[in-house]
Design a protein around this ligand. Structure first.
Ligand code: 6PG
Ligand code: NI
Length: 204
Protein backbone atom coordinates (compact mmCIF):
# COMPACT_ATOMS: atom_id res chain seq x y z
CA UNK A 1 0.00 0.00 0.00
CA UNK A 2 1.19 3.52 -0.70
CA UNK A 3 1.54 6.20 1.89
CA UNK A 4 1.67 9.93 1.41
CA UNK A 5 5.26 9.73 2.60
CA UNK A 6 6.20 7.04 0.09
CA UNK A 7 9.16 8.50 -1.78
CA UNK A 8 8.49 6.26 -4.80
CA UNK A 9 4.79 6.31 -5.71
CA UNK A 10 4.00 3.48 -8.12
CA UNK A 11 2.71 5.58 -11.00
CA UNK A 12 3.05 9.13 -12.27
CA UNK A 13 0.17 11.51 -12.88
CA UNK A 14 -1.48 11.13 -16.27
CA UNK A 15 -4.47 12.31 -18.21
CA UNK A 16 -6.40 11.11 -21.20
CA UNK A 17 -9.29 12.04 -23.40
CA UNK A 18 -12.50 10.05 -23.42
CA UNK A 19 -14.88 10.02 -26.36
CA UNK A 20 -17.98 11.00 -24.40
CA UNK A 21 -20.28 10.80 -27.45
CA UNK A 22 -19.38 7.26 -28.42
CA UNK A 23 -18.35 6.17 -24.94
CA UNK A 24 -14.91 5.04 -25.98
CA UNK A 25 -11.65 4.88 -24.14
CA UNK A 26 -8.95 5.52 -26.74
CA UNK A 27 -6.23 2.88 -26.86
CA UNK A 28 -7.42 0.71 -23.99
CA UNK A 29 -4.84 -1.78 -22.74
CA UNK A 30 -7.44 -4.33 -21.75
CA UNK A 31 -10.61 -5.21 -23.61
CA UNK A 32 -12.77 -7.74 -21.80
CA UNK A 33 -15.41 -9.25 -24.08
CA UNK A 34 -18.43 -11.21 -22.87
CA UNK A 35 -20.38 -13.06 -25.53
CA UNK A 36 -23.78 -14.69 -25.27
CA UNK A 37 -22.09 -18.04 -24.61
CA UNK A 38 -20.37 -16.54 -21.55
CA UNK A 39 -23.81 -15.84 -20.09
CA UNK A 40 -25.02 -19.45 -19.76
CA UNK A 41 -26.75 -19.86 -16.42
CA UNK A 42 -27.62 -16.20 -16.00
CA UNK A 43 -30.90 -15.83 -17.92
CA UNK A 44 -34.23 -17.42 -17.08
CA UNK A 45 -34.91 -18.55 -20.66
CA UNK A 46 -31.98 -20.89 -21.35
CA UNK A 47 -33.44 -22.09 -24.66
CA UNK A 48 -33.66 -18.50 -25.94
CA UNK A 49 -30.00 -17.98 -25.03
CA UNK A 50 -28.99 -21.14 -26.89
CA UNK A 51 -30.94 -19.95 -29.95
CA UNK A 52 -29.13 -16.62 -29.80
CA UNK A 53 -25.76 -18.38 -29.60
CA UNK A 54 -26.57 -20.73 -32.48
CA UNK A 55 -28.52 -18.46 -34.80
CA UNK A 56 -26.98 -15.04 -34.22
CA UNK A 57 -23.34 -16.15 -34.19
CA UNK A 58 -22.75 -15.89 -30.45
CA UNK A 59 -23.01 -12.08 -30.41
CA UNK A 60 -21.06 -9.84 -28.08
CA UNK A 61 -23.07 -8.97 -24.98
CA UNK A 62 -20.76 -6.44 -23.42
CA UNK A 63 -17.24 -5.11 -23.43
CA UNK A 64 -15.15 -3.47 -20.74
CA UNK A 65 -12.30 -1.21 -21.79
CA UNK A 66 -9.65 -0.30 -19.28
CA UNK A 67 -6.23 1.20 -18.95
CA UNK A 68 -5.48 -0.44 -15.63
CA UNK A 69 -3.74 1.17 -12.69
CA UNK A 70 -1.96 -0.93 -10.04
CA UNK A 71 -4.47 -3.01 -8.05
CA UNK A 72 -3.44 -1.55 -4.72
CA UNK A 73 -5.30 0.28 -1.97
CA UNK A 74 -5.26 4.00 -2.61
CA UNK A 75 -5.50 3.73 -6.40
CA UNK A 76 -8.74 4.19 -8.34
CA UNK A 77 -9.54 1.72 -11.12
CA UNK A 78 -11.63 3.10 -13.96
CA UNK A 79 -13.10 1.69 -17.12
CA UNK A 80 -15.77 2.08 -19.76
CA UNK A 81 -18.44 -0.59 -19.87
CA UNK A 82 -20.50 -0.99 -23.06
CA UNK A 83 -23.53 -3.27 -22.88
CA UNK A 84 -25.23 -4.04 -26.20
CA UNK A 85 -29.01 -3.86 -26.63
CA UNK A 86 -31.00 -7.04 -26.95
CA UNK A 87 -33.23 -9.58 -25.21
CA UNK A 88 -32.93 -13.19 -24.17
CA UNK A 89 -36.59 -14.14 -24.34
CA UNK A 90 -38.04 -10.99 -22.81
CA UNK A 91 -35.13 -10.43 -20.42
CA UNK A 92 -32.93 -7.43 -21.21
CA UNK A 93 -29.25 -8.00 -21.97
CA UNK A 94 -27.34 -7.64 -18.74
CA UNK A 95 -23.91 -8.00 -17.19
CA UNK A 96 -23.03 -11.01 -15.04
CA UNK A 97 -23.01 -8.89 -11.90
CA UNK A 98 -20.69 -9.22 -8.94
CA UNK A 99 -19.86 -8.25 -5.41
CA UNK A 100 -16.43 -6.78 -4.95
CA UNK A 101 -14.04 -9.27 -3.36
CA UNK A 102 -13.16 -6.57 -0.85
CA UNK A 103 -16.84 -6.12 -0.12
CA UNK A 104 -16.45 -2.79 1.65
CA UNK A 105 -15.67 -0.94 -1.58
CA UNK A 106 -18.11 1.32 -3.40
CA UNK A 107 -18.36 2.15 -7.09
CA UNK A 108 -19.56 5.08 -9.19
CA UNK A 109 -21.15 4.62 -12.61
CA UNK A 110 -21.58 7.69 -14.77
CA UNK A 111 -23.84 6.84 -17.68
CA UNK A 112 -22.62 8.31 -20.98
CA UNK A 113 -25.11 6.81 -23.41
CA UNK A 114 -28.22 4.67 -23.64
CA UNK A 115 -30.83 3.68 -21.10
CA UNK A 116 -31.13 0.97 -18.54
CA UNK A 117 -30.98 0.15 -14.86
CA UNK A 118 -28.42 -0.74 -12.27
CA UNK A 119 -29.79 -3.64 -10.24
CA UNK A 120 -28.25 -4.04 -6.80
CA UNK A 121 -28.57 -6.45 -3.90
CA UNK A 122 -27.05 -7.20 -0.53
CA UNK A 123 -26.20 -10.67 0.73
CA UNK A 124 -29.03 -10.24 3.26
CA UNK A 125 -31.48 -10.06 0.34
CA UNK A 126 -32.18 -6.34 0.02
CA UNK A 127 -32.72 -5.31 -3.59
CA UNK A 128 -32.63 -1.90 -5.25
CA UNK A 129 -32.43 -0.45 -8.72
CA UNK A 130 -31.53 2.92 -10.16
CA UNK A 131 -32.21 4.29 -13.61
CA UNK A 132 -29.31 4.84 -15.97
CA UNK A 133 -29.41 7.41 -18.77
CA UNK A 134 -26.94 9.85 -20.26
CA UNK A 135 -25.72 12.16 -17.49
CA UNK A 136 -27.11 10.07 -14.63
CA UNK A 137 -24.75 8.81 -11.95
CA UNK A 138 -25.37 5.70 -9.88
CA UNK A 139 -23.63 5.26 -6.56
CA UNK A 140 -23.19 1.62 -5.60
CA UNK A 141 -22.46 1.56 -1.85
CA UNK A 142 -20.04 -0.91 -0.25
CA UNK A 143 -21.35 -4.49 0.08
CA UNK A 144 -23.96 -4.17 -2.71
CA UNK A 145 -23.65 -6.54 -5.66
CA UNK A 146 -24.32 -4.77 -8.95
CA UNK A 147 -25.49 -5.70 -12.42
CA UNK A 148 -26.50 -3.38 -15.26
CA UNK A 149 -29.25 -4.09 -17.79
CA UNK A 150 -29.85 -2.37 -21.13
CA UNK A 151 -33.56 -1.58 -21.61
CA UNK A 152 -33.21 0.34 -24.89
CA UNK A 153 -34.32 -1.04 -28.22
CA UNK A 154 -31.21 -0.25 -30.20
CA UNK A 155 -28.60 1.72 -28.33
CA UNK A 156 -25.66 0.50 -26.27
CA UNK A 157 -25.62 1.32 -22.56
CA UNK A 158 -22.28 2.99 -21.94
CA UNK A 159 -20.92 3.94 -18.52
CA UNK A 160 -17.72 5.24 -17.04
CA UNK A 161 -17.02 3.32 -13.82
CA UNK A 162 -14.66 4.16 -10.99
CA UNK A 163 -13.88 1.98 -7.96
CA UNK A 164 -11.04 1.24 -5.55
CA UNK A 165 -8.33 -0.58 -7.46
CA UNK A 166 -7.93 -3.33 -4.85
CA UNK A 167 -11.69 -4.16 -4.90
CA UNK A 168 -11.53 -7.31 -7.06
CA UNK A 169 -14.55 -9.16 -8.49
CA UNK A 170 -16.54 -11.88 -6.76
CA UNK A 171 -18.74 -13.55 -9.40
CA UNK A 172 -19.27 -16.83 -7.59
CA UNK A 173 -21.75 -15.61 -5.01
CA UNK A 174 -24.00 -14.10 -7.69
CA UNK A 175 -23.80 -17.29 -9.74
CA UNK A 176 -25.21 -19.10 -6.71
CA UNK A 177 -27.65 -16.49 -5.40
CA UNK A 178 -28.79 -14.64 -8.52
CA UNK A 179 -30.64 -11.35 -8.03
CA UNK A 180 -34.14 -11.12 -6.52
CA UNK A 181 -35.42 -9.38 -9.68
CA UNK A 182 -35.09 -9.83 -13.40
CA UNK A 183 -35.40 -6.86 -15.77
CA UNK A 184 -37.76 -7.65 -18.63
CA UNK A 185 -39.30 -5.68 -21.45
CA UNK A 186 -42.86 -6.60 -22.32
CA UNK A 187 -45.05 -4.65 -24.74
CA UNK A 188 -42.54 -1.81 -24.65
CA UNK A 189 -42.69 -1.55 -20.84
CA UNK A 190 -39.86 -2.34 -18.43
CA UNK A 191 -40.92 -4.95 -15.86
CA UNK A 192 -39.05 -5.84 -12.66
CA UNK A 193 -40.08 -9.44 -12.30
CA UNK A 194 -39.55 -11.50 -9.18
CA UNK A 195 -36.94 -14.18 -9.71
CA UNK A 196 -37.64 -17.47 -8.02
CA UNK A 197 -34.35 -19.05 -8.91
CA UNK A 198 -30.98 -17.81 -10.10
CA UNK A 199 -30.72 -20.51 -12.73
CA UNK A 200 -28.22 -23.34 -12.84
CA UNK A 201 -24.77 -22.92 -11.44
CA UNK A 202 -22.15 -22.06 -14.03
CA UNK A 203 -18.45 -22.68 -13.91
CA UNK A 204 -16.81 -19.63 -15.49
C1 6PG B 1 -16.27 -3.31 -12.01
C2 6PG B 1 -17.43 -2.62 -12.61
C3 6PG B 1 -17.69 -2.78 -14.10
C4 6PG B 1 -18.16 -4.17 -14.52
C5 6PG B 1 -18.66 -4.25 -15.93
C6 6PG B 1 -19.01 -5.68 -16.35
O1 6PG B 1 -16.26 -3.48 -10.79
O2 6PG B 1 -15.32 -3.68 -12.74
O3 6PG B 1 -18.57 -2.90 -11.85
O4 6PG B 1 -16.57 -2.42 -14.85
O5 6PG B 1 -17.09 -5.07 -14.34
O6 6PG B 1 -19.78 -3.45 -16.07
O7 6PG B 1 -19.82 -6.32 -15.41
P1 6PG B 1 -19.40 -7.71 -14.77
O8 6PG B 1 -18.03 -7.50 -14.18
O9 6PG B 1 -20.43 -7.97 -13.71
O10 6PG B 1 -19.38 -8.73 -15.83
NI1 NI C 1 -17.99 -3.46 -9.63
Amino acid sequence: MMSAKDPTPSIDPFSLELDLEQGLLPEPENRIVRRASDMRGYYADEAALERLIAEAGDPIHYEVFEVPVPEEAGQLMYCISTLRPGRVGDECFMTKGHYHTVAETAEIYLCLRGEGYMLMKTSAGRCAWERMARGRMVYVPPCWAHRSANTSDGEPLVSFCVYPAHAGHNYGDIQCEGFPRRILKRGGEVVFAGSASPGPAVTS
